[in-house]
Design a binder for this molecule. Structure first.
Ligand code: PGA
Length: 276
């Protein structure tokens, strides 16, 4: 079983100076010695400096979004080659803070300007294909809103998102992907999805992807959980059999709490490696 992936999504936090200070703190915690793959996703503006600072460590660099064209008149957008040039290996795609559902009344979204960047499954699909073409590993975020969960639509929403996001991909490409199950109501709210339910939805995501790519390709697929992961709930979540890691927002902004989450993944890996 591959190591779990613990990815830190810094969101719109971190000037270059602040980012470098956090990287120094992470380096002091010697995460390389732990049995877990670690990735940090700073804002675009800090990627270059963080890449330099991470030299000599095993910590991977991720970006928070990518555009699907290589270049052109797309003001404000960042192309895949601009990321690979900076040593980026992972890219978050389809985060709920960038997805928007224009034209559909969404009580959860109406007064949340941050969720109106217009991302949808069609653009996620284009971005996933472009990222793969350039050797970037997408971390595709899917998740239901509170209204959808309360209406009993969770599985239907997740199924539709996964299928649309993967449309037209080769089976072998699907096997290289990372998904993050991020219930929208659990992001930044402190309200975590309980571990067995997070495990159930992560298993559903794996099942749908496996149907599309076959058992053999699906061996390489990873399904993370994200949404208010903290040091005190990380063990329960990461110990679930169908959860292959975590996408951590708020708790990744502190070296101490992020390192503690990574150390939970390490303990679980050791436990599993010892055949327990
Ligand atoms: P959170 O964010 O851990 O602060 O809830 C997770 C995410 O948005 O990826």
């Amino acid at each position: 079983m591959p190591d779990q992936l613990i990815a830190g999504n810094w969101k719109m936090h971190g000037t270059v100076a602040w980012s470098l200070a956090l990287v120094e703190e992470l380096k002091h915690r010697n995460l390389d010695a732990l049995n877990a793959e670690v990735c940090i996703c700073p804002p675009f503006t800090a990627l270059y400096a963080v890449h330099q600072a991470l030299r000599g460590t095993e910590i991977k660099l991720g970006a928070q979004d990518v555009f699907w064209k290589d270049q052109g008149a797309y003001t404000s957008q960042i192309a895949p080659p601009m990321l690979t040039e900076l040593g980026v290996s992972y890219v978050i795609i389809g985060h709920s803070e960038t997805r928007g559902r224009f034209g559909v009344p969404e009580p959860d979204f109406t007064d949340e300007i941050l969720r109106h960047f217009g991302e949808n499954d069609a653009t996620v699909n284009l971005k996933v294909k472009a990222a793969l073409l350039h050797g970037l590993t997408p971390i595709i975020c899917v998740g239901e809103t509170l209204a959808e969960r309360q209406a009993g639509q969770t599985d239907a929403v997740i199924t539709a998102q996964v299928k649309r996001d993967l449309q037209g991909l080769d089976p072998a490409e699907i096997g290289c992907l990372v998904f993050a199950y991020e219930p929208v109501w659990a992001i930044g709210t402190g309200e975590v999805c309980d571990a067995p339910e997070a495990n159930r939805v992560c298993a559903l995501i794996r099942r749908i992807a496996t149907e599309l790519c076959g058992e053999e390709n699906a061996q390489g697929l990873r399904v993370l959980y994200g949404g208010s992961v903290k040091p005190d709930n990380a063990h329960d979540l990461l110990a679930q059999p169908h959860i292959d890691g975590a996408l951590v927002g708020g708790a990744s902004l502190s070296a101490a709490s992020f390192a503690e989450i990574v150390s939970h993944a390490h303990k679980i890996a050791n436990h599993r490696n010892n055949g327990a």
